[in-house]
Design a protein. Structure first.
Length: 172
């Protein structure tokens, strides 16, 4: 279950009978990524220009999960990572899964891809924030070995606090 670390190699796997490819986002994915943001999140959505910036940025990775459906690739998930040039720490700023595809292991698949991308970019730790009321997200991160490192009160638009998590990563 090793992820290829080369940027131009896509990842295919069966997630609950669903053929999924994970690859870096390209400008042609922009409309689908904006639609995914609106479907996956009620608040704190990334704006179109922020998504466009993430696609083009040298210090960010935007990974997309594509499912084959009726001979067509449908964007069903995404993960956004941020890096600073002088840090060994990367930040997972978002994982989004299309609500209709929830429960198929896509969050786990995207997290694995995010970790592989972080290592590929020479970073040794990945950190993230998750809504304190996002039980599914918290379980996902804890199952993957993330350790809670703190709390950020009033972090989200609606006043919800964020739980901070981090994981040390080692190359395979």
């Amino acid at each position: 279950m090793d992820l290829p670390l080369e940027r131009d190699v896509s990842r295919r796997m069966q997630a609950s009978g669903l053929a999924v490819t994970i690859r870096p986002a390209v400008p042609a994915d922009l409309d689908a990524l904006v639609a995914l943001e609106h479907a996956a999140f009620a608040t704190d959505r990334a704006e179109r220009r922020a998504i466009r910036h993430a696609i083009r940025s040298a210090t960010m990775s935007l990974l997309v999960a594509l499912a084959r459906d009726g001979g067509e690739d449908i964007l069903v998930g995404a993960a956004t990572l941020e890096r600073r040039r002088t840090s060994l720490l990367a930040r997972l700023s978002s994982i989004a899964v299309a609500p209709a595809r929830a429960g198929h292991g896509l969050g786990s698949l995207l997290l694995d891809a995010a970790e592989a991308d972080t290592i590929r970019h020479g970073r040794t730790r990945l950190r993230l924030e998750v809504r304190a009321d996002n039980g599914a997200g918290i379980r996902l991160y804890e199952r993957h070995g993330y350790v809670r490192t703190g709390i950020k009160p009033d972090y989200y638009e609606d006043g919800m606090e964020a739980w901070c998590y981090q994981k040390a990563l080692t190359p395979a």
